[in-house]
Write a protein that binds this ligand. Sequence first.
Ligand SMILES: [Fe+2]
Length: 214
Amino acid sequence: MHRRLELLEEKGFCILQDYAGTMPSPSEWEGLEYMDWKSGGDTNFAPLASALGEMECHGFWEHGKSDKDGIWTKNIDACPTIKSYVESVHGRYGRVRIIKLNPSSEEEARKQIHQDDNNRLNPLDEGWVVRSWLELTDVPGTKFILRGEKDDPSTETQIPLHKGMQFVIDSERLWHVVHNVGPQPRYSLITSWESNDALEAWMRSQLPVTAGVR
Ligand SMILES: [Fe+2]
């Protein structure tokens, strides 16, 4: 069966420490080419890595691939800091994209709660695909809403978001949506990763320091 990471076993998500490096400047995401692609609300996506390196947002399965071995698109030249960030993980990435999420009411956001399709065509002897987020903007009050069961509020976790925040979610296991309170759009870097030694090592290197122990 697919390898899965112990760090995600209990909750299905893992909040890391805030990114300690230099955050990309807004020009690295505002200057990109975005596609009209609705997923989880009123969204647009800037593809940075796609199945074949084309400017498109389709699942890799449309091209006969699992969500791994993404190929940089032409957008990547405009965001060198973001490219370096992804490469610094030394992991096996698939889809890499910037999401632009426009504001909505919480009620409207909650209607968009969904599970991702990360593991289609993923060979059973390879690692389970999960996703990481790097929050690029600060929109106070904006939060990630996660649920283990779609219709069970007792399984809900709310994670307030802020610029520089890093986290990993098994987004095929958990139902999820972000509520952006606005008024400005919320931008975030989303990357699909194979669960493997490299991803685990990176996540462990980024765990919050608690009581002096990582
Ligand atoms: Fe999603």
